[in-house]
Design a protein around this ligand. Sequence first.
Ligand SMILES: [Zn+2]
Length: 53
Amino acid sequence: MVSKFYDIGDKTLKRTRQICPRCGDGTFLAEHSDRRSCGKCGYTEFKSQKNEK
Ligand SMILES: [Zn+2]
């Protein structure tokens, strides 16, 4: 049960995560509450669509 859940969770994570447009395939953006950012090149993408103030 645990290993199965782990496998599914890993796939979901890869699907949900966005790839860095600068670094390309294999580099994912880190999820933050209001933005996504790349730890490699510093690219930041703000989630302004959901929380517009
Ligand atoms: Zn990057």
